[in-house]
Design a protein around this ligand. Structure first.
Ligand code: CTP
Ligand code: MN
Ligand code: MN
Length: 549
């Protein structure tokens, strides 16, 4: 701003300025430009607050049709931008949004040329190229001088923002390996707001059946989880792999504005909310939830009406909905593991029970309890699961269970199939169950069928604090496969997915929860421990607590 000019003189005749609502025209070094009294309480950058004494959208006459201004809101803030817009219009300048193709002059305050180009692109401007050609990218000084002069002043080099050929690059503070199984991902991570945004989009994509898109968002989130620092600028992610354009756009929005409009829109959408509600029912996947949504069902009460259409598993899931969606605490998981250990001890004394899944990775809560059982003498484990489940059921510990028989016959039979299969599902004998932690009071229906029979059609979970329904996965594995089963069931899912991908693409091997197969040597590799499996793969051992990818 030229010295001696006063902001009041820049306003059209008859324009009243109230000191409390007028943002400073030029920050810092604006010696003597403003009345002292107005400076101290001027909002410098306050989003969502419009100056109340300036007309919202007055019909000014355009005096300079060849100049169309665009004010860069980034760093300037809405309040200040609104003020400067009104000021320019009062002076006869035309001001438009960034996406408007008539824009000729872009005015920014406090941003680099590269930042302005990136901002313009994000706002949908198609006139500017990567080098900033196509538009005049100008510092606020050109604007203030033009306002003082009452006309667009000549653009001088000092007014122009410089755009460097390569986008401003902040080197990442560390390199991130391409596969999650090559990275250490502790439970405590530094970028939760960012990863949550991406995971919402991953979930939404999954709800739409777009598994590839879902995977892309999950991978990007997984990379961020492994970063040992809190990301503050989008450029810090420049050389990281697995962060695609879409993820990057969302991250930039969250970094700059605190939220992403797209993510918020998803979270508010009826379809997303309903899909989330339905898929949280035990036994309900995306396909079923999607069909119900298309049929117009929206609430759990709607499902009660169509109760007969539900499988036994889903009926149990609905009945215990509240409990099953209350996080399982570590102490509860330990208590269940102990109860199962006691049952196993009765049926087969030397068999072991290992707590795996998220709790093995150090989580303090989870959505279920994953237990692996084995016996050091191979073959002894056969028949163990039905005995244990039978005993637990007899004790009243199971609210629901369904046993799936082992379909893994022998290595010879499976050779062909394993080598070619992309299936992630293992074929151990397993039981998906709902455990009753604590004792069920008299009169509370245990199963959905009983709830129906007694005319009780509302979910019973959460009605009493003396017991709680908890999802438990029980898996039995032959001793020789135990390290593979342990590795496969410890997760996280991202970690497991990348382990298999790494094996396939980097090692020409096939890994699942039973075995590791070398497709070139056509042999299975035996392992006595998880460490041994990592050795086979030439990977540094990652302990369970650092597999939270
Ligand atoms: N898993 C599997 N086959 C299944 C189900 C799960 O191999 N049919 C594996 C998954 O790959 C995962 C692990 O078992 O690595 C645990 O799965 P899950 O219980 O769903 O997730 P957790 O990581 O334990 O998370 P949470 O704490 O929410 O239970
Ligand atoms: Mn689990
Ligand atoms: Mn599980």
């Amino acid at each position: 701003m030229q010295s001696g000019a006063c902001v009041c003189s820049l306003l059209p005749p008859g324009f009243k300025v109230q000191s409390s609502t007028l943002p400073a025209l030029s920050r810092g070094g604006s010696r003597g430009c403003f009345h002292e009294a107005t400076m101290s309480h001027l909002p410098v950058k306050k989003k969502c607050q419009q100056p109340r004494n300036l007309p919202a959208d007055p019909q000014y006459c355009v005096r300079f049709p060849e100049v169309v201004l665009c004010l860069v809101e980034k760093k300037m803030g809405i309040s200040r931008k609104t003020f400067l817009t009104s000021l320019a219009r009062c002076k006869g300048f035309c001001v438009e949004d960034a996406s408007n193709e008539r824009v000729t002059h872009v005015v920014s305050e406090g941003n680099s040329g590269n930042e302005v180009v990136e901002w313009l692109k994000r706002k949908g401007n198609r006139c500017v190229d990567a080098l900033g050609n196509g538009l005049a990218l100008l510092d606020l000084s050109w604007f203030t001088e033009s306002m003082s002069a009452g006309r667009p002043v000549e653009i001088e080099p000092r007014h122009r923002l410089m755009v460097t050929a390569q986008a401003e690059k902040l080197e990442p503070k560390c390199q991130v390996a391409a596969y999650a199984c090559q990275r250490r991902t502790p439970l405590e991570q530094k970028n939760q707001i960012l990863t949550e945004a991406l995971e919402t989009l991953a979930e939404e994509a999954r709800f739409c059946g777009s598994d590839g898109r879902s995977l892309a968002f999950s991978r990007a989130a997984s990379v961020l989880k492994s970063l040992p620092w809190k990301v503050r600028k989008i450029q810090e992610l420049n050389s990281l792999s697995c962060i695609g354009e879409h993820s990057r756009r969302v991250l930039q929005e969250v970094l700059e504005d605190g939220v992403s409009a797209e993510v918020e829109r998803v979270r508010q959408s009826e379809r997303y909310q309903t899909m989330k509600l339905f898929t949280k029912i035990f036994g309900v996947g995306v396909k079923t939830a999607s069909r119900w949504y298309q049929e117009g069902l929206r609430t759990l009460a709607d499902l009660q009406v169509h109760h007969a259409k539900l499988s036994k598993e889903q009926q149990a899931g609905l009945l215990h909905y509240e409990d099953l969606n209350t996080p399982v605490k570590r102490s509860e998981a330990e208590a269940i593991a102990q109860a199962v250990r006691e049952a196993v001890e009765r049926c087969l004394p030397d068999a072991s029970v290992t707590l795996t899944g998220g709790f093995r990775r150090g989580k303090q809560s989870g959505h279920d309890v994953d237990l692996l059982m084995t016996h050091p003498m191979e073959g002894q484990e056969v028949g163990l699961l039905s005995k244990v489940v039978g005993w637990l059921d007899q004790q009243g510990s199971l609210l629901y269970h369904s046993i799936h028989r082992n379909s893994f016959q022998s290595f010879e039979d499976e050779d062909q199939e394993i080598a070619s299969s992309a299936s992630t599902m293992d074929r151990f004998e397993r039981c998906f169950s709902i455990f009753c932690l604590g004792s069920l009071p008299e009169g509370i229906p245990k199963a959905a069928s009983e709830a129906q029979g007694s005319g009780n059609s509302v979910p019973v979970s959460g009605m009493s604090s003396s017991w709680k329904a908890v999802r438990v996965d029980l898996v039995v594995t032959p001793f020789s496969q135990f390290p593979y089963a342990l590795l496969g069931w410890t997760g996280s899912r991202n970690f497991e997915r990348d382990l298999r991908r790494f094996c396939k693409h980097e090692k020409k091997m096939v890994l699942n929860s039973h075995a590791l197969y070398d497709t070139e040597k056509r042999t299975f590799l035996t392992a006595a421990s998880e460490e041994h499996i990592f050795q086979h793969l030439g990977l540094e051992y990652i302990p369970p607590e650092e597999r939270n990818a």
